[in-house]
Design a protein around this ligand. Sequence first.
Ligand code: ARG
Length: 435
Amino acid sequence: MSEGSPLWAGRLAGGLDPRILAFSQSLGVDRRLLAHDVRASQAHVRMLGRQGIIDSADAEAIADALEQVTLDEGAADEDVHSLIERQLVARLGETGRRVHAGRSRNDQVAAAFRLWCRDAARDLTGAVAGLQETLVARARADGDLILPGYTHLQRAQPVPLGHHLAAHCVALDRDVVRLRAAHAAADVSPLGAGALAGSSLPIDPDGVARELGFATRFANSIDAVADRDFALDLSYACTVGAVHLSRIAEELVLWTSSEFGFAELDDRVAQGSSMMPQKKNPQVAEHVRGRAAVAIGRLTSLLAVLKGLPLAYNSDLQEDKELVFAQVDGFAGSLGALCLVFEGMRFDGARMAAAADDGMTVATDVAEVLVRDGLPFREAHEQVAARIAAGERFAAPTAAEAIAARNAPGMPGAFRDQLDVIERRIADARAFASS
Ligand code: ARG
């Protein structure tokens, strides 16, 4: 291989048109796989050495040289895999040219990408736990403040703020479950599948999988290079998470409006207007909401990339990384930003209480008193509805009494027990994230 020519230059005459190289190049995106590709390549060459496919001194020399590979600026390589091999050859000459025995870029890219997705799923688990911790801290501090719970965005029944914040934590816990499932999906080594049909050399896919800490290795070499379900799983986990954050964000926009006035943002996380001097805008929340929209687009893009592909590898798959990297970055960014927002937020307990205790949010409780006295619920409902329509407002029970009467597990009055459970789940997620 001459300096700067593609890995496959032996097959095609003349140089690649530089405009086609620029069009096809993925180095600008897959450079983020460098560390993962280096690890996988080291495991691969050590296996080649162990199996006697290359000299074990050569294997060690290549493994050491892999450590020295850097992203040289302005590199004209097609992709990160080509960059790595070019630098090995530049450093080791003939020996460097031995690295690619028994593998293809098809299993190479799948391996590096799987290692990357595994790390990303693990790190995101920690980031989700971080937001949960912030929400739990707010729920412990301000959880007894009472606000109206809403259905149809109409005041429905009073709930403690702690119950409401715990609801978001419970949804985030499902995101952790999805991220851990995405981690497990990525945890399969494709190395040894080669281009699609393995190799006639005496390679050891199990040994390579073990060395890289993969839970297992591929079951079918064609599927190993064609499969991007692990990328979809991670993208989906991020998308659902982003949708959860978007729902939180929408509430922040409402709560911090003058109309609601339930909360005020800390100045450090609010933005102003270039023209209207009075404005304090919840732009972080709007960005979080907007980024969820883009996340949905990326998930559908990846699904669309995959849907028409015949087995096995096709270059369409090169689009996968940009979509997944952006998905992970976007979700991580929104999680971090919302932590900052919640840490500095001030709740206006009086405004929330006034809305919660408007004499109507306890109408269901008033009807249930009548049910306890023996009335069919439908009749009680009609009676209370008629009194409300006639202008009556109820002084009893108070919102606090209505909440206290609902203290079974999962109910508003039992939110502190929920926080205990959530904290145990968070500890679990943290342990996984640092494993
Ligand atoms: N850059 C490619 C990708 O991202 C790597 C695999 C290329 N394989 C090939 N036969 N062209 O998918």
